[in-house]
Design a protein around this ligand. Structure first.
Ligand SMILES: [Zn+2]
Length: 436
């Protein structure tokens, strides 16, 4: 995510749940019961004990506390486990398989066909589900066109296993700002985004991406980061404010939302001024912009882990700014928490290898000042609201999808336990279980 605007790997959804043209191929008609030793309700962080969750088809019919009744129905016994709602990763790249170096990124765009990348992505979405992420917001395909729309379709049709998805398709940046860069002018190379200049073209690109299935519109708002002597993380903004405003206006006019990759001073400020719906990364945000974000309800997806993950290597390669950015990021996170900004769990996985469990992010959020309950809310109820899916996912309650995960032990005492999810149910279907 963060090789300057260049590598970030890297959105948008309907205000409502994803469109309903994709119905699951089959809905299990069975009634199932799941017994949980404990159940964390993320809205208030409360824990219920000895809970029986009654699932009918793909939805939860009832949640009973202190219940022993099983009425002879099939019971999945997780009485030695803690259950919580299916987790949500709000910043993924299923079509990217790690791009810690610029060479990794160029290799994928120059030497892998979109078809091959889509095959690899089927493995990424399966892994997401196995890690416990039953919903993801995938923030652009990095040169793989509209393949995310097809992955979402294949999952919704039950062809491949994977999480519920909201997708951003191609994302946008201006001429000269996004890889591939550095090749001879005579050599045409692909780009990891749709290159857009000018408010009219930007508006047209929004229309085009939505017509091909984008839920969210993603923009890259800044690049080329540097720390000023006064400690402020500065940047070169990409889009002009007029361009960003055109993008946001067109997306909102069509009831879609806008996610902005913005890591530093001007990128964040312009995005907030233009009225985007989420700030991605946000390593440095002024107090004034945090105040506006809290007032307008603009979400903040800090993606902490990936920054720490890439920093050492990039610093060793001479880019010391990455080490400074970690300290700045932690300070921003504290100030955002104190300002009451809605903070959402997102990892940028795909920017790092899908073999690493993205749930590592939880420990970083807690290290930076959240309680485990706050970090869990940031990966369940809050993103469900951000994605307009609050009636379907994010909490365990009657009427919602039967998306739930379970771990041994108490993640409210040790949030790193969420890296050991051993039970995953999505839409009433069990994808992972310790029971067999
Ligand atoms: Zn990203």
């Amino acid at each position: 995510m963060m090789r300057a605007a260049s590598n970030i790997l890297l959105l948008l959804a309907f205000f409502a749940v994803a469109p309903c043209q994709e119905q699951p191929a089959k809905t299990p008609p069975v009634t199932r019961m799941v017994r949980c030793g404990a159940l964390i309700q993320p809205a208030d962080g409360k824990v219920q004990h000895n809970v029986l969750i009654i699932v009918e088809g793909d939805r939860i019919r009832e949640v009973r506390e202190n219940s022993s009744d099983s009425s002879g129905a099939q019971v999945i016994d997780l009485s030695d486990h803690t259950c919580l709602p299916g987790l949500i990763d709000s910043h993924t790249h299923v079509l990217l398989q790690g791009d810690i170096t610029a060479a990794d990124y160029d290799e994928q765009l120059l030497k892998q066909s979109v078809a091959y990348r889509a095959i690899l992505a089927t493995r990424s979405v399966k892994r997401a589900l196995e890690y416990g992420f039953t919903t993801i917001r995938d923030l652009e395909t990095e040169g793989a066109g509209y393949a995310d729309v097809d992955l979402k379709k294949a999952i919704n049709r039950g062809i491949i296993p994977g999480p519920r998805m909201q997708v951003a398709t191609r994302a946008m940046d201006v001429t000269g700002a996004y890889p591939l860069l550095g090749y001879a002018p005579e050599v045409p190379v692909p780009h990891g985004v749709q290159v857009v200049d000018g408010p009219d073209n930007a508006r047209k690109a929004v229309r085009e991406q939505i017509s091909y299935g984008a839920d969210w519109i993603k923009v890259y708002s800044d690049r080329s980061y540097f720390v000023r002597p006064d400690g402020v993380l500065d940047d070169i903004p990409t889009f002009t404010l007029d361009e960003l405003r055109a993008i946001v206006d067109e997306a909102h006019r069509q009831h879609h939302k806008v996610a902005s990759h913005a890591m530093a001073l001007n990128g964040v400020h312009n995005s907030v001024a233009a009225g985007v719906d989420s700030i991605e990364h946000g390593n440095y945000i002024t107090d004034a912009d945090l105040k506006t974000m809290a007032l307008k309800g603009i979400y903040y997806i800090p993606t902490i882990y990936v920054g720490e993950y890439v920093a050492q290597g990039r610093a060793a390669a001479g880019a010391k700014v990455w080490l400074d950015m970690i300290k700045i990021h932690e300070d921003t996170f504290h100030r955002a928490l104190n300002a009451g900004v809605k903070i959402v769990f997102g990892t940028d996985v795909g920017g790092f290898d899908w073999g690493i469990d993205p749930a590592k992010e939880f420990s970083y959020m807690v290290k930076y000042g959240m309680t485990p309950a706050q970090a869990i809310r940031a990966a369940t109820a809050t993103p469900a609201e951000m994605m307009g899916m609050q009636n379907d996912v994010g909490t365990i309650a009657a009427g919602k999808y039967a998306d739930l995960v379970a771990v041994k032990g108490d993640p409210l005492s040790d949030v790193s336990l969420l890296e050991k999810i051993d039970f995953v149910m999505k839409g009433g279907e069990v994808f992972k279980s310790p029971l067999h």
